[in-house]
Design a protein. Structure first.
Length: 382
């Protein structure tokens, strides 16, 4: 098969979830003999035209001077134009929909018979509180247009799958992200942050309102754990919400904002040696940082929503608000004694069985082959 991955920030990954996914899946498919192309913005630091058997197409993106929220529309449009005009793909995999919809409409994708378009719908994007109400309305319109124009939909979480079935009567294919299980944790990394193994709480997230960082902080500050074990918050603080959080809580002795950590060995070690890990994401999708926390032996305290429960099941402690965070932390010693070991073991087993990258390469290959078979059935009908 000849497969394109569009709308990521390129590989090798130096950005986030879709890029990590694109790297692992594209390289895995290329190793199996498929021709795979990943579209990459021109400003990506990797300038070669091939990465581990995957062809890289460098496309100009005005994001560097226009900003990502607007520049990504032009980048996605140019990528799709190149894919349709200069290549002959079997499958075009679209990573997210928020900046591709105008291109879908312009090129009349819904009426293109070939290549086959499949779109990963990510989370409930219109619920992201970083957007004002007008942007939320626009993104909700984009969601509807994507459902209308894309040939097939992908959901990375069963909660998202059920949403599209109930909201639009549209089936989607459940295909998750993956995570690696490591064994090279190094306690030395803790020294940089003045931490002691098993003696701090950890939260890793983009500092955006929908990740419920305030909920974790307020619950922690009102608990008996405040001043006993510090709360370490990993994430870039230069977002508007990040600046608000630092201004409001940066003076607290037990709250430490340490910025982004992009060395995965370091980050996984900091995850691994935490006493407990907060996961507050709430707008859907299977968040890669949650899978990485599971793979790093974290004892997870998670925001109570269908998306987190779809991944963690009964292997986490859940909180719907800051009061419940406080209640959990006030009883954390007994809860850890009762649940920590079994939760960690069960989550590792889930990662091995359901979220290994090799399994996900298998599942994507089977899905893409199925798409081609469906196309052949339709075109061969009398």
């Amino acid at each position: 098969m000849k497969i394109a991955f569009i709308s990521t920030r390129g590989i090798p990954n130096n950005y986030g979830g879709f890029e990590q996914f694109a790297e692992y899946i594209s390289v895995g498919l290329a190793k199996r003999g498929h021709e795979v192309v990943v579209y990459s913005p021109h400003f990506h630091p990797y300038k070669e035209n091939n990465y581990k058997g995957v062809r890289i197409k460098h496309i100009y993106s005005p994001e560097t001077w226009m900003g990502s929220s607007v520049g990504s529309f032009f980048y996605d449009f140019s990528s799709l134009k190149d894919a349709l005009k200069n290549e002959k793909f079997d499958i075009i995999y679209e990573a997210g929909y928020t900046s591709i919809v105008p291109a879908y409409i312009w090129f009349n994708v819904k009426n293109i018979k070939y290549p086959i378009f499949t779109t990963n719908m990510d989370g409930l994007e219109y619920k992201r509180t970083k957007f004002n109400k007008w942007v939320q309305k626009f993104v909700f319109w984009e969601e509807r247009m994507t459902v209308k124009h894309s040939h097939y939909l992908i959901a990375d979480n069963m909660g998202i799958h059920d949403y599209y079935k109930e909201k639009y009567g549209k089936e989607s294919k459940f295909l998750a992200y993956g995570a690696d299980i490591h064994d090279n944790y190094n306690e030395e990394f803790l020294k940089e942050f003045g931490l002691e193994a098993n003696n701090y709480y950890l939260l890793v997230a983009r500092l955006e309102p929908e990740n419920n960082i305030v909920m974790a902080i307020e619950g922690y500050l009102a608990s008996k754990e405040n001043g006993k074990r510090p709360l370490i918050i990993v994430g870039k603080t230069n977002t508007p919400h990040g600046k608000e959080l630092v201004a409001k809580y940066g003076h607290e002795k037990s709250i430490h904002f340490v910025g982004g950590i992009y060395d995965f060995n370091k980050l996984n070690s900091i995850r691994h040696f935490s006493f407990a890990y907060f996961h507050g994401h709430s707008v859907g999708g299977t968040n890669p940082s949650l899978l990485e926390a599971m793979a790093s032996d974290c004892f997870i305290l998670a925001n109570d929503n269908i998306f987190n429960k779809a991944v963690l099941g009964e292997n986490a402690l859940y909180y719907p608000d800051h009061i419940n965070v406080t209640n959990l932390l006030n009883n954390i010693e007994s809860l850890a004694e009762t649940h920590k070991k079994s939760f960690i073991e069960n989550n590792l087993e889930v990662i091995q069985k359901e979220y290994s990258w090799e399994k996900l390469v298998d599942e994507h290959e089977k899905y893409f082959l199925w798409l081609l078979e469906e196309y052949k059935k339709k075109t061969l009908k009398p």
